[in-house]
Design a binder for this molecule. Structure first.
Ligand code: ZN
Length: 140
């Protein structure tokens, strides 16, 4: 994808503050960081969204992200981190090349947990939801 910002970074055609490269993945600093050390981990190969990526490749990407997250936390002296993917426009995805955010967390940094990204209104039937999801694994 020649017009893709992250493909350009993966190819080295665009400057990024790269912190790690391995096994088809690149990790670099987000230029609009939520906290110091905010890092993005991307596959070199272009996939618009995570659900379009083969599960094995996604597994490798998350493996690298977990390793990099630990290193970022140590380097930054952070107290924790959030690891997350904005998958799809509704989830806030802006660059349509899969990327995992590593957001180091610090005491009193003003942020919230993953549960703060959306709010469910009203009562929902949790068992019905679980059933609906289970059915996608074994249709019929
Ligand atoms: Zn791309």
């Amino acid at each position: 994808m020649s017009g893709c910002l992250f493909c350009q970074i993966a190819r080295g055609d665009r400057h990024a503050h790269t912190v790690f490269e391995k096994e088809g993945t690149v990790a670099f600093l987000d230029i609009f960081p939520c906290t110091p050390g905010h890092t993005l981990v991307i596959p070199r190969q272009h996939y618009p969204t995570l659900d379009e990526m083969p599960a094995e490749e996604a597994g490798r990407l998350f493996h690298v992200a977990a390793v990099v997250a630990g290193k970022v936390q140590a380097a930054m002296g952070a107290a924790g981190f959030n690891l997350g993917v904005n998958n799809g426009k509704a989830a806030g995805q802006e660059v349509f090349h899969v990327h995992i955010h590593i957001i180091p967390r610090y005491p009193n940094d003003g942020g919230g947990s993953m549960k703060s990204v959306a709010r469910m209104s009203g009562e929902k039937d949790i068992e019905q939801i679980a059933s609906k999801i289970r059915q996608t694994f074994s249709p019929s």
